[in-house]
Design a protein around this ligand. Sequence first.
Ligand code: ADP
Ligand code: MG
Length: 447
Amino acid sequence: MNSSEDRSSIFLGGDIFERRELLRVCHVLDIDRIVGRDEEISAVVHALGPGTRGSPPETTIIYGKTGTGKSLVTRCVSRQAQREAESHDTDFRFAYVDCSDYQSDAKASREMARQLSDAPDTQTNIPRVGIGAANYRDITWELLDTHDIDVFVAVLDEVDKLDDDELFRSLTRSKESGKSDAHIGAICVSNKIEYRDRLNERLDSSLQDNELVFDPYDADQIRAILENRTDAFVNGALEQGVIPKVSALTAQEHGDAREAVDTLYEAGRIAEKEEASTITEEHVANAVQQAEINRFKQLVSGTTPHVKHILRTLAILTADNPGQQSFSTSEIYEAYTKLIATEGATPLSEDCVYRLLKEQSFLGVTESEHTGGGHGEGRVANRVCSERSRVNGGRHRAPTRDSDAEGTPRTGARAPHVPAHILSTDRLAGRCTDDVSWNTVHRRKSR
Ligand SMILES: Nc1ncnc2c1ncn2[C@@H]1O[C@H](COP(=O)(O)OP(=O)(O)O)[C@@H](O)[C@H]1O
Ligand SMILES: [Mg+2]
């Protein structure tokens, strides 16, 4: 067999996906793919409905945890509103600005103007830099008036990422300030319920009437969402237990549909790579494990070298003492100083190590439990934690007063729904290269 024959099949993989785009989170689905959000869809329809007939849309604020369908519902309904408006001879436009990509007032305002100017009839060159946020907004208002646009809605997704409220404020006041003749509305979306208080403090109380909260999904809803996407796979590729398993795992945490869809997709990719003909529950377990490793790596990659040394110490202790559930701060400190000596570095003080462990616990990388007394006497038990919801929750969780009170080792409280999983594998204590490398693998039987 010559080499060209060898390579003729390099693009042939497993026969798993029929329409993989249906499982990509960036894909905006058709509205009829949305499952179990009828009330929320109606509420957004109610807010945008007047706009489709040339009346002012209602400004609305949407809250909810990640993966509860906020972005999906808002985008789908906005798109649908634009179509509906056409049938009423109303020129309705919307701009969808993901503020996590455009965090400054100027960037978000520019993006709003850019989207409006992108349509064939409104083509305008928007300067990339050199003008301020207010100028970008003025361009937007001018475009609306020049092109006789009746209604404009700005969807500000992840609005809490914006460094100030100016854009939102100007959208809600553009009419009364005589900036534009168009009816202008805003839909703000936030993953943080605390954002409500911030807005209420600063903005008009009339907005409080238009708040919408998206609750987390339960296992049945997640299951229905996934079952409505099975045409992403070729017929017969999904084994029976796969969707129930993904749904149960996701619902154990906070019912995040994004995570469920991602897990199903990853399971499919693993099966495809293995050239398997079906996706099994084993593929799901592998996908979950891989996601944990990725999240863990991501969390750890942003830390300082000393934090990495401390985490590595804890990982080595965990790997070397399979029967031991947790380690006291003084045990960790002793092992840490030995490790640091082999690296030729100067150790931090025990207090410092204790504080850093506490921080990592708050972020969900480790778990700490206060067992009474001072930290130096072994009364704070620490363990490495790869538990997904803690890692995930930690990443998104702002240090609020409440969570601080609940989440630090001093109180020993844990996320209520989370059993403690201990990382344990020979790959766990990945050896130091130029930097500490974490190659953590979840103990598989613990799930
Ligand atoms: N009700 C639903 N029906 C179908 N898919 C959903 C639903 N809710 C969420 N999803 C899926 O989960 C992903 C994440 O949802 P998204 O709207 O981005 O969540 P949020 O904005 O609340 O964080 C979406 O891309 C979609 O694939
Ligand atoms: Mg979102």
